[in-house]
Write a protein that binds this ligand. Structure first.
Ligand SMILES: Cc1cc2nc3c(=O)[nH]c(=O)nc-3n(C[C@H](O)[C@H](O)[C@H](O)COP(=O)(O)O)c2cc1C
Length: 261
């Protein structure tokens, strides 16, 4: 198939999915456009793709699934027999049904997967005391992502017709329990810069003379914590703190990216 442009499509609150697709793109080496679905402003745009595009769609794994906000935004994209690469990025635990979910929601709108990958990113709940895949994707991951991109280019050039493509995962998908929790702000160190509000994918943080969070709309993505310039924004939720200890203890062994071609 002849590809005119690559479309890098991602939802990436803490930036690891974004880094991964950009490394894959380096390997593909065809001109590209970015479709960043991370912030609420992306919801007002309409995106369409055709069969001369190569879509690379990436999202993080939350509880073995695609985050619901990402599902909503990805489901709005309209494609027409568009060759597609599916990427999930997970925090060194498991990716479970996320790739299958990503395949199914994109297939319904005209994307045709011919390759997929599960890469590792620093876990959103990583802290110096509870390290979980700290600093990933690292140099080794980026190298593998770039090599994957090179293989994708070779494969797409040889493909004449897009057949159904299998990815790991089970349906019905893993059930996700809903819970209401959000990071908190230490007023002593907060400088009211508004960064937490600007990076929030759901717009649930507002900053005036104090920081307020609508917990019912928080996805626990932790972008506000990771981007806070003074460290004022943090987790004090017992469930999240316990999960961080569990993950850094039980999932300390390094996992490697898996590719499906
Ligand atoms: C609410 C939540 C649930 C998560 N669930 C999983 C999971 O099931 N398995 C896993 O390995 N990592 C899990 N992670 C970690 C993310 O998948 C990981 O940090 C990823 O790199 C984040 O992508 P981003 O930087 O593009 O936002 C979870 C993170 C959050 C915030």
């Amino acid at each position: 198939m002849k590809i005119k442009r690559v479309k890098l499509i991602y939802y990436s609150p803490t930036g690891t999915s974004e880094k991964t697709v950009k490394a894959i793109q380096q390997g593909i080496g065809i001109d590209y456009d970015i479709v960043d679905l991370t912030l609420p402003s992306s919801e007002s745009k309409n995106y369409t793709f055709d069969s001369s595009d190569l879509a690379v769609i990436a999202a993080p794994v939350y509880s073995g699934r695609i985050p619901t906000v990402a599902v909503k935004r990805i489901s709005k994209l309209k494609a027409s027999n568009t060759p597609t690469v599916l990427i999930v990025v997970y925090g060194n635990r498991e990716f479970e049904d996320a790739l299958l979910e990503l395949k199914n929601i994109t297939k319904a709108n005209g994307f045709r997967a011919f390759a997929a990958g599960a890469f590792i990113g620093e876990h959103s709940f990583d802290t110096p005391k509870t390290p979980i895949a700290t600093g990933r994707p690292d140099t080794e991951d980026i190298k593998k992502a770039k090599e994957f991109g090179e293989k994708l280019k070779e494969k797409i050039e040889k493909i004449e017709k897009l057949d159904d493509f299998s990815v790991p995962g089970n349906y019905p998908y893993r059930e996700v329990k809903s819970s209401t929790r959000s990071p908190v702000t230490n007023p002593d160190t907060c400088i009211l810069c508004g960064m937490c509000a600007r990076v929030c994918p759901t717009g649930c943080v507002t900053v005036s003379d104090a920081v307020e969070t609508d917990s019912s709309n928080c996805t626990a993505c932790t972008a506000c914590v990771k981007n806070c310039p003074t460290g004022a924004r943090h987790w004090d939720n017992e469930g999240v703190l316990k999960a961080a200890i569990w993950l850094s203890t039980d999932y300390a062994k390094r996992k490697e990216p898996e590719i499906f071609l």
